[in-house]
Design a protein around this ligand. Sequence first.
Ligand SMILES: [Zn+2]
Length: 258
Amino acid sequence: MDIFETHCHLNDDQLYGRIDEIIERARQAGVSKLLVVGWDYESSLKAIKIAEEYDFCYAAVGIHPENIYGVDEISLIDTLELSKHPKVVAIGEIGLDYHWTKEPEKRELQKQFFIKQIKYANEHNLPIIIHNREAFEDCLNILENNKPVASGTMHCYSGSVELLKNVLDLGLYIGLDGPVTFKNAKTPKEVADVVPLDRLLLETDCPYLTPHPFRGTLNEPVNIRLVLDEIAAIKGLSKKHIAEVTFDNACKLFRINK
Ligand SMILES: [Zn+2]
């Protein structure tokens, strides 16, 4: 079985030091392609380093909404220009995070960075990886006014079934990860049930969002199997089929040869 892990942070210090064994474990479990996602300049550069070292790894570069503060225009452009590297397949992760940010001026700044990064992606015909936490209305507004021309993914989709339609109407993919396995996670399970198979991507967001039953430990790509198992059970389809379709979806979105 081939699985495409579309959102991991092997560039995170918690994983980077043990990257060989972590990748080996993932490969043993059938993960044959991995997309390593940046959140600032340094982590984007590190994602590229990993993609240079392992031919089955790819990179995304961008500035996460929680990391925009203090970043000037030149640093932003420097980060986005890293996308010139041949192993960079997307701009991300970018978006809005209102969970920790309550101040209106800071939220405004997040919006500006999000729009600038979408515009850059559009000018360079690259898909985007969207981080959206508790900012659905603003996020959808921005996307509707700045349509991602090369599509993208709503990573770790956390919205309702009702909002799902808006995201699908924008032509975006839906990334599902650990929360779908949580025992009390009613909404992610409902979303997994109704999301069209041709728009679904599998991811872990490791080292975060460790799936059940390993919550409380550090997440890593091998755990994508638990996400796959749960989605297959919810949809009543075989794991092999879900793995195949989501693998093809990822290759299509990120324009990677199978
Ligand atoms: Zn992430």
